[in-house]
Design a protein around this ligand. Structure first.
Ligand code: FES
Length: 317
């Protein structure tokens, strides 16, 4: 678990009809820990809710962090609470930044493709690439031109490197990966973040063009995860408890009902906060956090969503 920091919201600004920008500074005014492009922090929204958001300020700026947060109508409470309750002057607790979505700075050219609020990590990446004098394109795709956030800043700081694509405007400005991504050169890397359908389209298109998996980088911030299935038994080795997990319960819920608390954040299998070691049994991995190799090792499990293929799973908890 990353160290916690108390920060003050020094600025709160609506950047579009449904995206709020929060500027966070250390409560004592000292510099914040450095971060690299693609990093996120977890915000303790209230006692029950921790949510992760990408940092979208320039990584060489440590006087403040900036977040861009979409008011998501499908929110499980996090983004709506932030939009409706947090205001300038409030103090909030955050984790220090961590990065599961780093840039490869050896690339000759980087293609950054953000869908909707998935633009946020791309903004930090664009600042890093710009500062390093690296070649890049920043594609920002939105359903409606009214949803474009941070536009003035992006146009000012990235000029021709910025390409905004709006579904409700003409065909000529829509993103066409086959044309806009160019050739799948070995030194070109593609990065994408956004709704899962958008990301699947970007990644599938990049593969069709010929980009290798190792040159395609992605970060899910929201996924549809089916965490239901057959019932099974979990043995919590350290706690000495045997727990039944019903077909509609997650392991996390069953552990919680048995009085065993596991730290969780996204509850969608994307952040890795809830990973627990597996001592025996075969997990049924449903998460997006572990790599395919890690999943095949079967020695870790994301208890917020993954299940068990074996009738019993022994966990080191
Ligand atoms: S809480 Fe995020 S992966 Fe389980």
């Amino acid at each position: 678990m990353n160290n916690l920091l108390n920060v003050t919201i020094t600025e709160r600004q609506m950047m579009s009809s449904d995206v709020v920008s929060l500027t966070l500074t250390n409560v004592d005014g000292s510099p914040l820990p450095a971060f690299s492009a693609g990093a996120h922090i977890a915000v303790h929204v209230n006692d029950d809710t921790i949510r992760q958001y990408s940092l979208c300020s320039a990584p060489d700026e440590t006087a403040f962090y900036r977040l861009g947060i979409l008011k998501d109508p499908k929110s499980r409470g996090g983004s709506i609470a932030i939009h409706e309750q947090l205001k300038a002057g409030d103090t909030v607790t955050i984790t220090e930044p961590s990065n599961l979505f780093p840039l490869d700075m050896t690339a000759d050219h980087s293609i950054l493709a953000g869908g909707g609020i998935g633009i946020t990590p791309m903004i930090a990446m664009a600042y890093t690439l710009k500062a390093a004098g690296k070649s890049f394109d920043l594609h920002y795709c939105v359903r409606s031109h009214s949803e474009v956030a941070f536009l003035d800043e992006l146009q000012r700081d990235f000029g021709d490197e910025l390409k905004v694509h709006c579904d409700d405007l003409g065909d000529e400005q829509r993103l066409n990966p086959a044309v806009d991504f160019g050739e799948a050169a070995a030194g070109t890397h593609v990065y994408t973040c956004g709704p899962s359908g958008f990301m699947d389209w970007i990644m599938g298109s990049a593969k069709e063009i010929g980009f290798k998996d190792k040159n395609i980088h992605f970060e899910y911030f929201s996924v549809e995860v089916d965490s239901t299935g057959e019932a099974f038994t979990v043995i919590a080795e350290q706690s000495g408890k045997t727990i039944s997990v019903s077909g509609t319960q997650t392991i996390m819920q069953a552990l919680s009902d048995a009085g065993i608390k596991v730290e969780v954040s996204c509850e969608q299998g994307i952040c890795g906060t809830c990973i627990v070691d597996v001592l025996e049994g075969e997990p049924d991995h449903r998460d997006q956090f572990l790599t395919d190799d890690e999943k095949s090792d079967n020695d870790q499990i994301a208890v917020c969503c993954s299940r068990s293929k074996s009738s019993t799973l022994v966990l080191d908890i």
